[in-house]
Design a binder for this molecule. Structure first.
Ligand SMILES: NC(=O)c1ccc[n+]([C@@H]2O[C@H](COP(=O)([O-])OP(=O)(O)OC[C@H]3O[C@@H](n4cnc5c(N)ncnc54)[C@H](OP(=O)(O)O)[C@@H]3O)[C@@H](O)[C@H]2O)c1
Length: 389
């Protein structure tokens, strides 16, 4: 099989395509023939710097593909190798999406069975890899923000793989406790129009879009924890916002973000980011963290979930009585497995009915992994960048 690794730290030019033996699934693992790989900012960042002792290093994390074998410890005793994996009811031949800790940039990878999600028949592998991990981050961040009725939200990094799902979800009427308009396909329906944005490549919506037009639009009451049309908060509470301000590095991303449902769009360099918000969801961090915190009204809050680090301006916290809360999807999945599973179901349902539509900025062959990393490093992507082995 072919895989991509790096033998030194640096830019996209250090990525090496090489032949390698197929891995063996260990205890609790699935062996997956990969059809789609999600390229993420954290993975791109890890190629830039790290522990020299860890070289040569694998890359990535998110994959989708077909299960071709199941590790011994996942098998029920005395069942053959095509048996059911009892822990997760996954069989050889099923399509799954999950994380590969030994690197996802390869034709065949191992995936912990506990972290694999079966892909429903109607969904493409590309849709699955763009939807599930990024969607979990987005839903988890919104649940952490716990918006009240009529609160406003700022989302930085709004055009990223995670950010563009956040913008769509935050604007969904049913996540704001309002009835979903009859026949509405959701704010994300226009995501395919993203090609108007600047020099970036045309984004298109992933697999589900084919079925979305014909799909029924589920009423809010059919989704777990969503407010009923009468405005009663469900068990999951509100997760949307009355006013969604999308912030990105370039004004060229404005058309894409408005089509996703943003009420206002700002570029980081803009002098004013508009009226203060109740909540900031910061997907960028670093030098932008103080700016995102300054955009929050006194008494408001910021959810910090990015890999950009940063220093908190303590005076702004003190004088403005603001709160910062961190979120990582790994901790969420480990500590709240029932909520995580419910979110998985909700993500599939939102995508199946066309209310949440991952935008695919580019699909590139595995051999062009360096080009995929260049797109991310140039901050040019509108939605998800995908590799296809
Ligand atoms: N907490 C968690 O569990 C969790 C899990 C997954 C991802 N994340 C975070 O979510 C954020 C988005 O990740 P993603 O994989 O969805 O992003 P992505 O699809 O790879 O998108 C990259 C975009 O991020 C923005 N960006 C901000 N700082 C950047 C930098 N230094 N270099 C390149 N691009 C930068 C750029 O847009 P602009 O220039 O428009 O900002 C860029 O177009 C990241 O901070 C990531 O660490 C968190």
């Amino acid at each position: 099989m072919r895989r991509v690794r790096h033998y030194e730290y640096g830019g996209p030019e250090v990525l090496r395509l090489e032949d390698a033996p197929e891995p063996e699934p260990g205890p609790g693992e699935l062996l997956v023939r990969v059809t789609a790989i999600g390229v993420t900012l954290p993975a791109v960042r890890r190629v830039r710097a790290g522990d020299p002792a860890a070289l040569p290093a694998p890359i990535g994390g998110e994959v989708a593909g077909e299960v071709i074998a199941i590790g011994p410890a996942v098998l029920a005793p005395a069942l053959p190798t095509d048996a059911v994996a009892p822990a997760c009811e996954i069989r050889v031949g099923d399509r799954v999406t999950g994380l590969s800790f030994t690197g996802s940039y390869a034709e065949v990878v191992t995936v912990p069975a506990a972290l694999a999600t079966p892909i429903p028949e109607w969904a493409s592998d590309v849709l699955a890899v763009a939807l599930i991990r990024s969607g979990h981050v987005a839903l988890g961040v919104l649940a952490t923000a716990a918006p009240g009725p009529d609160e406003s939200m700022l989302i930085t990094g709004a055009a990223s793989g995670v950010g563009h799902l956040l913008v769509q979800l935050a604007g969904l009427p049913e996540l704001r406790g309002m009835p979903n308009p009859p026949g509405a396909a959701g704010a994300a329906g226009a995501a395919g129009a993203a090609g108007t944005a600047g020099t970036a490549r045309t984004a298109r919506t992933a697999g589900a879009a084919r079925t979305a037009g014909a799909a029924r639009t589920a009423g809010a009451a059919e989704l777990p924890g969503v407010r009923s049309p009468r405005g009663q908060a469900g068990p999951r509470g509100l997760r949307g916002a009355r006013r969604v301000v999308a912030a990105a590095g370039s004004r060229d991303k404005g058309g894409f973000l408005r089509d996703l449902g943003a009420n206002e769009v700002v570029a980081y360099a803009d002098e004013s980011w508009g009226a203060p918000v109740d909540i900031a969801l910061d997907a960028v961090g670093g030098d932008l963290l103080p700016r995102a915190l300054a955009a929050v009204r006194p008494g408001g809050r910021l959810i910090f979930f990015n890999s950009g680090g940063g220093t908190v301006p303590a005076h702004d916290l003190l004088a403005g009585a603001k709160t910062i809360t961190g979120f990582t999807v790994a901790r969420f999945a480990a500590t709240q497995p029932d909520r995580y599973r419910a979110d998985t179901e909700e993500l599939w349902e939102l995508a199946r009915t066309g209310r949440l539509r991952p935008a695919i900025h580019a699909e590139l062959p595995l051999a062009r992994a360096a080009e995929a990393h260049r797109i991310i490093e140039a901050r040019a992507n509108l939605g998800k960048v995908i590799l296809r082995p």
